[in-house]
Design a protein around this ligand. Structure first.
Ligand code: TRP
Ligand code: SF4
Length: 325
């Protein structure tokens, strides 16, 4: 029995953080036994916004690979694929872009948000971001895509493109299904959406001092002036983390808080210690791979070599259907 194929990926924008772990990496790790997994390093997608800093891409790819390994993604089981090294992604994207109206692409909520945030006139590349993402998925005929909630609009576009193509040229692509993580999205340490540019993340490779500082900066129940004041864990950022990373003690932590049995500083110190321990494998992976960039690159080349023939086969089929060869 062949395992169903999934494709998912990250843009190499820098080290991964706890939000990536809870939202995606943990789900990906678990899927590796039941599915044929392709994990994409989407370097072309980085250029849609950060085209002015190409020198950042190589070190960021390195950082992403380290954190993937630390999270238990296993190159023996799964293929790590470099997007730009499989030109069929770009070629398919051009062909699929004919099926997407400009109006449809401009309705994508992520696109709208980025245009608002960047404050620049958006490039054609940014507008076509989800078309390239659709090509990433469809070029491998992936059945499912494990992603965070934020990626659903992109996935919906990939599904629409698959349907449109199949309708016009005959059955070709499965409609890729989302696989969502059961764990709700982790907020940043300040309660806003977790985002590297907000400085409210805890990187997976953070050292104990950084973890402790970030945890101590978390916003707690503002109504507590003294350690004996009864607390409200439901408004406390630290409690979200207690619940997520220490589910076995969340009950007692909650009781203790409500009765005013502990101050917020010791409560957060306890959380920091637990997180430091939790992140030990990520620090360890960094030590283990120090100075072995070559081998890390080899893992990516190996996965890319495995994936490419699949992409080539799909592209050939698509070209034939479009009358191109
Ligand atoms: N857009 C995704 C992100 O920002 C990265 C990505 C690129 C992706 N291609 C993909 C995710 C294909 C899933 C499938 O994280
Ligand atoms: Fe949050 Fe702990 Fe303070 Fe309660 S005691 S508000 S859970 S930090």
């Amino acid at each position: 029995m062949e395992k169903p194929r999934i494709l998912t990926g990250h843009r190499p924008t820098g080290p991964r953080h706890l939000g990536h772990l809870v939202g995606t990496l943990d789900t990906w790790r678990k899927l590796q036994d039941s599915h044929e997994c392709l994990f994409l390093v989407a370097d072309l997608h980085v250029l849609t916004t950060d085209y002015a800093h190409p020198q950042r891409i190589a070190p960021n790819i390195h950082a992403v690979l380290l954190d993937w390994l630390g999270a238990g993604l296993d190159p023996e089981k799964s293929a790590f694929v470099l997007q730009s090294a499989v030109p069929e992604h770009s070629e398919l994207a051009v062909l699929l872009s004919m099926l997407v109206t400009v109006a449809r692409a401009a309705r994508n909520p992520t696109y709208k948000e980025q245009v608002r945030e960047l404050g620049l006139s958006p490039s054609v590349g940014l507008l076509a971001y989800p078309v390239l993402q659709a090509a990433d998925i469809l070029v491998y005929k992936a059945r499912a895509v494990p992603v965070g909630q934020d990626q659903l609009p992109h996935l919906e576009m990939a599904r629409e493109i698959a349907r449109a193509f199949n309708r016009l040229y005959g059955p070709t692509f499965p409609e890729p299904e989302p696989i969502l993580s059961e764990v709700p999205r982790l907020p940043g340490t300040d309660g806003r959406t977790m985002h590297t540019s907000y400085g409210n993340t805890i990187p997976l490779g953070a050292d104990p001092a950084e973890v402790t500082a970030k945890v101590l900066s978390m916003v707690t129940d503002p109504a507590r002036a003294r350690p004996t004041d009864p607390g409200h864990p439901e408004v406390c950022q630290a409690f979200v983390y207690h619940r997520t990373f220490r589910p076995d003690v969340a009950g007692p932590v909650e009781d203790r808080c409500r009765r005013g049995g502990i101050g917020c500083v010791p409560c957060k110190r306890e959380l920091a210690e637990a997180l430091v321990e939790w992140l030990a494998p990520f620090r360890e992976i960094r030590t283990r791979w120090k100075g072995r960039e070559q081998e890390l690159g080899e893992i990516l080349r190996q996965g890319t070599r495995q994936a490419r023939p699949l992409a080539q086969a799909t592209l050939a089929e698509v070209q034939a259907k479009l009358g191109l060869r």
